[in-house]
Design a protein around this ligand. Structure first.
Ligand SMILES: Cc1cc2nc3c(=O)[nH]c(=O)nc-3n(C[C@H](O)[C@H](O)[C@H](O)COP(=O)(O)O)c2cc1C
Length: 176
């Protein structure tokens, strides 16, 4: 075993998939890339995620307490990285990246039609926002685009490196 820098531990554990997080604030929709998220409970689905207070999305999420987690397949990878490398402060990303916003059922943030899944979420706990920029989200409605068959997700390993979802294996398990 060789020593591994603590600063790179996230590259070992980062679960992915890389997702898009949309918000709508003051009549304007925005979208960012996000890979620091984790499942916390099954149903209703609880999802913890880190949205940095340097991101334009931060204020929108904290104020409106609503967002959509949109899950892109590998074909959108270049665009996802580009979305994560510019800010809604300067760019209308839906327009710049030709993304199709679709009206959500329960939240003001839009779904992303190009993604194979969308989860409408509400912020249900903000206790760790000031300390860690950690938002606890509850999924209130989920959508799947059945036309996208066998979508492959992308998983971030840092600095432009991604692992693409691979072979599926089915094992006996009592875990849901
Ligand atoms: C692959 C990838 C993953 C990212 N994951 C996160 C994340 O989990 N949390 C975060 O705050 N920013 C993350 N970012 C950075 C934001 O997407 C980036 O700061 C973006 O410009 C924020 O957009 P906004 O200013 O319009 O909100 C990621 C960027 C990339 C490319």
């Amino acid at each position: 075993m060789k020593s591994f820098p603590l600063s790179k531990v996230y590259q070992l554990l980062e679960p992915g998939p890389v997702v898009l997080l949309t918000t709508a604030h003051k009549g304007r929709a925005n979208v960012m890339a996000m890979s620091w998220h984790m499942m916390v409970d099954f149903e209703p689905p609880l999802i913890a995620c880190i949205v940095s207070n340097r991101d334009h999305s931060f204020a929108a999420l904290r104020t409106t307490k609503e967002c959509v987690i949109a899950i892109p397949a590998v074909e959108l990878a270049d665009m996802v990285v580009a979305i994560g490398n510019c800010s809604g402060r300067d760019v209308d990303k839906f327009s710049a990246f030709h993304l199709t916003p679709q009206k959500a059922e329960h939240v003001s943030a839009p779904l992303v039609a190009e993604c194979f899944a969308n989860i409408e979420c509400r912020v249900v706990d903000t206790r760790f926002v000031n300390r860690y920029c950690l938002f606890m989200l509850e999924g209130v409605k989920a959508w799947i685009n059945a036309k996208q068959k066998d979508p492959k997700t992308i998983h971030h390993q840092g600095f432009g490196r991604f692992v693409v979802d691979g072979e599926t294996i089915q094992l006996k398990s009592k875990m849901p």
